[in-house]
Write a protein that binds this ligand. Structure first.
Ligand code: CO8
Length: 260
């Protein structure tokens, strides 16, 4: 697949999705969001893809938000449609039954911070910068930021970031729980790759159901979520991977999971 604003590679089960407009700090214009939605559909159906890393081209930015040139000319209906379009593709990434890691290599602002939050796990380079600067432009976050940020770090800290429009460092993002880990920039992709390889070495169906239980359970009452977890636990008990994983432990050898 050839894209104008994105790079998409698949190797050894790992898809790397790179936002590729470094001259404008990988800002999201309409075409970029459309290309991302084509990629998201492939990530879901392509059986060669077992896990995903999302990053930005260049040394300065992950994604510096929506393209302000396009944004500045939007009327109410276009603004809503553009917000819904972005929300839909981010939710498609979040709903993928495969682990999705953000390797945040620089500015992750506005729609870029929202993209990182739609990923399952975030690893940041030391030079990464996070923020929801929309209020500086007289707008509010429109790609899920008002919803995912408070769910990730709590209402007070999220409101401080959203209402002040201030940027925060990778270290501060780590302290707040917005990112899982901060590493030197030159180790970012290796670190993300190693974590993903570790996850992919585990029971594939177990990883899939654990992701499902956490992701969907968060939107349920605790009672419903416990029942949902127990149902998925029952399902994994019916897998060959479960038989193999427990047998391998008892035989003191490594498991040979087949994803069945
Ligand atoms: N859109 C368009 N162009 C951008 C963007 C952007 N978001 N960010 C940077 N650029 C461009 C700059 O204009 C500049 O272009 P040029 O070289 O032609 O002047 C180039 O990228 C390099 O940027 P800077 O010279 O500004 O680099 P600095 O290192 O001086 O500053 C910053 C880096 C601090 C990241 C700065 O570029 C900046 O503040 N960028 C804007 C960040 C921002 O406000 N992002 C939020 C946008 S709003 C949003 O994301 C809402 C999402 C939901 C939308 C809902 C649907 C309507």
């Amino acid at each position: 697949m050839d894209f104008q604003n994105m790079l998409y590679t698949i190797q050894d089960g790992i898809a790397v999705v790179t936002f590729n407009r470094p001259k404008v700090l990988n800002a999201l214009n309409n075409l970029t969001v459309e290309e991302l939605s084509v990629i998201a559909a492939d990530l879901e159906k392509n059986e060669d893809v077992k896990g995903v890393i999302i990053t930005g081209a260049g040394e300065k930015a992950f994604v510096a938000g929506a393209d302000i040139n396009e944004l500045s000319a939007m009327n109410a209906l276009e603004g809503k449609a553009f917000a819904r379009k972005g929300q839909k593709v981010y939710t498609a990434l979040e709903n993928l039954p495969k682990p999705v890691l953000a390797a945040v290599n620089g500015y992750a602002l506005g729609g870029g911070c929202e993209l990182a939050m739609a990923c399952h796990i975030r690893i940041a380079a030391e030079n990464a910068v996070f923020g929801q600067p929309e209020v500086n432009l007289g707008i509010i976050p429109g790609y899920g930021g008002t919803q995912r940020l408070p769910r990730l770090i709590g209402k007070g800290p999220a409101l401080e970031i959203i209402l002040s429009g201030k940027m925060i460092s990778a270290e501060e993002a780590l302290r707040l729980g917005l990112v899982n880990k901060v590493v030197p920039a030159d180790q970012l992709m290796a670190e993300a790759g190693n974590l993903l390889k570790t996850i992919l070495s585990r029971g594939p169906l177990a990883v899939r159901y654990a992701l499902d239980a956490v992701h969907h359970g968060l939107n349920m009452s605790i009672e419903e979520a416990m029942d949902y977890e127990a149902t998925l636990f029952g399902l994994v008990c019916a897998t060959e991977d479960m038989k193999e994983g427990t047998k391998a432990f008892l035989e003191k050898r490594g498991a040979n999971f087949q994803g069945k």
